[in-house]
Design a protein around this ligand. Structure first.
Ligand code: ZN
Length: 312
């Protein structure tokens, strides 16, 4: 049975899993980046991968599926990753040379979206959107069965779509971006700024909605901002489903139910697509990286799709 090593390079930690062709995964403990930047971040990652390759029992993986923020899928270069201090960094080529393994590279959110469309909540759909809401917000769009990456590999940055022109300042330099109102980090920050009694995470704020008017207001504003973005996505792309992932998706119906209602209100002449929570969760990115690696070796993923079971 063929196997590949999937590596998810995140802004704060590295994760890896050995993935078999039926999707079975052996996941390694993640490794914090420790704030390392540039070459130091690369050396830390290479040491993590080297240790894992040494610990693998049995047949060696035939390829490495690599995902990172800001990744250019065509050449394995990281265009820009602020948290890792990489700009035009040849990550794929460096790892290929270091370990003698074929490397298939993907953009983190687009690759998670690919997995969701083949194995997860958008399984079987040719047109779908996935919005990942965590510290930031990014999206993956599937159109006619193809992931949209754009002319410069910079598509899907929905977190910086303006929802309130002249609104609050965003770290990107613009004003009124979706991410400024609706990311988990923004919800926590805005709750505190609005007079929230203590520093709480977005998850904690979501559990106070009935009892804390500041929590209810900030959460409601995040839902409104998301509904504007989801309405735009719906009108542009007509997705069969919008899958919501990332840390904020753990709020489940506390998020999806008011968001679905707000989206329906914003679409006067057509019905809204259903909103679903990701079914792969954090495993989606690693499974997506593995799919890229299998495909790069000319191997299909039929076994993995069969193991995922029928469409719910
Ligand atoms: Zn922005």
């Amino acid at each position: 049975m063929a196997r590949v090593l999937a590596v998810d390079v995140g802004g704060t930690s590295f994760k890896a899993a050995l993935v078999e062709s039926d999707g079975a995964m052996q996941v390694w403990e993640s490794e914090p980046t420790g704030g390392a930047l540039g070459e130091a971040a690369y050396l830390r990652l290479a040491s993590y991968i080297g240790r894992i390759l040494g610990e693998i029992v049995g047949e060696a993986p035939s390829a490495l599926g690599l995902i990172a923020p800001g990744m250019d899928e065509r050449n394995g270069q990281v265009i820009f990753a602020a948290n890792l201090g990489w700009r035009d960094f040849p990550l794929g080529a460096r790892l290929r040379a270091a370990f003698g393994l074929a490397v298939a590279a993907g953009h983190d959110v687009r690759t998670a979206g690919l997995a969701e469309s083949l194995l997860g909540a958008a399984r079987g759909e040719q047109d779908a959107a996935m919005i990942m809401i965590g510290t930031g917000i990014a999206a993956a769009f599937l159109c006619n069965g193809q992931a949209v990456s754009g002319a410069r590999q910079m598509a899907c940055e929905i977190g910086h779509a303006p929802v309130y022109p002249e609104g609050e300042a965003c770290a990107c330099g613009q004003f009124g971006c979706l991410e400024t109102y609706a990311s988990a980090a923004a919800i926590a920050r805005r709750y505190r700024a609005a007079g929230g009694t203590e520093a709480l995470s977005a998850a904690e704020i979501s559990r106070r909605l009935g009892a804390d008017p500041v929590a209810a207001r900030v959460w409601g504003e995040a839902v409104e901002a998301l509904s504007i973005a989801c309405a735009t996505v719906t009108l542009m792309l007509d997705p069969a489903v919008i899958v919501i992932g990332g840390g904020l998706a753990e709020a489940e119906e506390v998020l999806l139910s008011p968001l679905g209602a707000a989206l329906a209100r914003r679409l006067a002449w057509r019905s809204p697509p259903p909103l679903k929570r990701t079914s792969l969760g954090a495993r989606g990115a690693l499974l997506g990286a593995a799919i890229l690696a299998f495909r790069s070796q000319g191997l299909g993923i039929a076994e993995m799709v069969a193991a995922a079971g029928p469409i719910a």
